[in-house]
Ligand binder design. Structure first.
Ligand SMILES: NC(=O)c1ccc[n+]([C@@H]2O[C@H](COP(=O)([O-])OP(=O)(O)OC[C@H]3O[C@@H](n4cnc5c(N)ncnc54)[C@H](OP(=O)(O)O)[C@@H]3O)[C@@H](O)[C@H]2O)c1
Length: 315
């Protein structure tokens, strides 16, 4: 198939590009000017998707069967979230439809079930737009990525304690590897069951808590666990302080949103939300793939893998 891929320079986008290529698809990547791809064998078109019409010329002589979008805000700041997660995705959808695409596969996030943060509201607004677009759609809502749970490996290797919020048992998730998620995303192109449906997806179970992560990390290092419990009140204090200062400065408003993001992930599980029961349901959270976070930790410790934390370093 001729696939238009957005977000190909990001974590999941790179893995999706690898999977598309390995399955013989013809891939054209919409990238920002100056962004470079890790892989060869991919065609690129430079464009500013936050502006309308930036792909029109490039797609004129090129039919597109389907679009896969792994594009997302890098900073998480409210203005960038709406510009990318809503406006750029909408422009991509319009351009792809004009080029003949009949199917849009969107990598969203499981946390949009309970939207609080600007990027979650922007994601939800675009999800709604996509569902009403007349195109076929597959909205993949993954749980936590390995990179988002690996930020403490280096500090623990450096002799520091593992930090958990509260008792370290308040949240849980079924992490999914980049490779497994990419296989799931690409399977949406050919699996009729995955059309016009919301697809929450985790990696292999069971669900794990921050305390489980700490225990496993120290076990792999052959060290007794050293865990520091950080009171949740600290996050509330940061949110309150930055929100107050945010009345006077955009920089502080962005910091407030970043603190709210930290608090969200410290208090909400990345599992399927059961609205009737009013709680997260680990058993009902679908699982896919074979890669485990524990294998990833072992590879990080052995120096066989690296984590590009990017904006997720705080987690
Ligand atoms: N981290 C997690 O644990 C987690 C869990 C569940 C779901 N998710 C979701 O999964 C999706 C993919 O995440 P990821 O970690 O792979 O993202 P990422 O590594 O941050 O990559 C974001 C991609 O979007 C592109 N992008 C950003 N701003 C753009 C703009 N203005 N115009 C065009 N392209 C732009 C980036 O291009 P540049 O290289 O040019 O910046 C990059 O290719 C996101 O929707 C995220 O919310 C994440």
């Amino acid at each position: 198939m001729n696939i238009l891929l957005a977000g190909a320079t990001g974590t999941i986008g790179q893995a999706v590009a690898d999977t598309l290529l390995s399955q013989g698809h013809d891939v054209i990547c919409a990238v920002r000017p100056g962004s470079s791809l890790r892989q060869s064998g991919l065609r690129t078109v430079e464009c500013q998707l936050t502006k309308t019409g930036s792909l029109t010329d490039a797609l004129k002589s090129r039919p597109v069967n389907a679009v896969v979008s792994c594009m997302a805000t890098r900073s998480g700041a409210a203005d960038d979230a709406w510009a990318v997660e809503h406006d750029a995705q909408s422009n991509l959808m319009t351009e792809a439809a004009q080029a003949g695409a009949g199917h849009f596969v969107l990598v969203s996030a499981i946390c949009v079930q309970k939207p609080v943060l600007a990027f979650q509201h922007a994601k939800r607004a675009f999800e709604d737009k996509l569902m009403q677009s007349g195109l076929d759609w597959s909205i993949v809502r993954p749980t936590a990525f390995f990179k988002s749970l690996s930020g403490q490996v280096a500090r623990v290797q450096g002799g520091k304690p593992f930090l958990v919020f509260g008792d370290g048992l308040q949240t849980a998730c079924k992490p999914i590897s980049d490779r497994d998620l990419a296989r799931f995303v690409v399977s949406c192109l050919s699996d009729p069951e995955k059309r016009n449906t919301l697809l929450p997806i985790g990696g292999p179970g069971p669900a794990i808590t921050p305390l489980d992560q700490a225990a496993q990390l120290f076990a792999l290092l052959g060290q007794p666990p050293r865990i520091r419990h950080v009171p949740l009140a600290l996050m509330n204090g940061l949110v309150g302080t930055f929100s107050l200062l945010g009345h006077a400065s955009k920089r502080m408003r962005d910091k407030a949103e970043f603190a709210r993001t930290g608090r969200y992930y410290a208090t909400e599980s990345m599992l399927l939300w059961d609205a009737e029961q009013g709680g997260y349901d680990a058993d009902a959270t679908p699982e896919f793939g074979t890669d485990t976070l524990w294998d990833h930790y072992a590879k990080l410790i052995a120096g066989e893998a690296k984590t590009d934390l990017g904006a997720h370093a705080v987690f």
